[in-house]
Write a protein that binds this ligand. Structure first.
Ligand SMILES: Nc1ncnc2c1ncn2[C@@H]1O[C@H](COP(=O)(O)OP(=O)(O)O)[C@@H](O)[C@H]1O
Ligand SMILES: [Mg+2]
Length: 221
């Protein structure tokens, strides 16, 4: 039987506070809700995804906190266990574990706030992704609901790569949901954040399907 390909996605940028953990857990909740068995791997020693999971009542999407040297083994195990998606949350520093996460990924998501400091922090991440020949997209996060600033940021990032047309607006509900171990889709299913997160995940999932699947060691073995 031809097993459906497992995809590995990492949330990367050396800028702390950009929204990696928020996007990782909310995308995982959206993916699981759409029927795809999803695993979150928390590579950040600070463990903010792990603490979200500890506050959570539901077991899914499952989360495991690991050290970066066990990443290939964790991914192989996820494949054996029948996961369809692995989402890796990474630390906000340029360190070897971030490179390891990018290397293990099929697809990288680079969250970026529309500020000059955040924009200036992206090129090293983009360079590592390019060196490892991985597909990546930018997602604008914590944006004002509208305005010229976001538009300018979008134009700036478009010079470096693909920018997701769905923007994640700054909303207290992201913080409130995180604090009680929920995704915004669960915390306020009818709210604006739930709508934009659904749109974001739909867009990312479609984009990812267009990527040529590279077999991993786990597939070949
Ligand atoms: N869209 C958003 N609206 C409001 N607050 C947000 C949003 N995204 C993230 N935050 C908050 O900003 C802080 C940093 O986000 P986080 O996801 O932890 O970033 P990172 O993992 O990149 O360091 C957290 O307190 C988080 O709750
Ligand atoms: Mg984080």
């Amino acid at each position: 039987m031809n097993r459906r390909a497992m995809r590995v996605i990492s949330f990367v940028t050396q800028k702390g506070g950009a929204g990696k953990t928020t996007l990782a857990v909310n995308c995982a909740v959206a993916a699981e809700k759409s029927g795809r068995k999803t695993l979150i791997l928390d590579l950040d020693p600070q463990g903010s995804a792990e603490s979200w999971y500890q506050d959570r009542e539901a077991d899914t999407p499952r989360l495991v906190k690991i050290e970066s040297w066990t990443l290939p083994e964790a991914i192989a195990k996820a494949h054996t266990a029948g996961y369809e998606l692995v989402m890796i949350d990474t630390p906000g520093r340029d360190e070897p574990s971030v490179t390891a996460a990018i290397r293990a990924s099929d697809f990288c998501i680079i969250p970026c706030r529309p500020t000059p400091v955040d924009m200036k922090a992206t090129p090293p991440t983009v360079a590592t992704i390019a060196r490892l020949h991985k597909a990546a997209v930018f997602v604008l996060t914590q944006t004002p609901p509208r305005g010229e600033r976001v538009r300018e940021a979008e134009v700036g990032l478009a010079m470096l790569g693909v920018v997701c047309p769905v923007r994640i607006v700054s909303r207290a509900v992201y913080q409130d949901a995180h604090g009680v171990g929920l995704g915004v889709l669960e915390f306020d299913p009818e709210g604006k954040a739930a709508l934009e997160m659904t749109e974001l995940w739909d867009w990312l999932a479609k984009k990812m399907e267009k990527i040529v699947y590279e077999p991993k060691e786990a597939d070949i073995a």
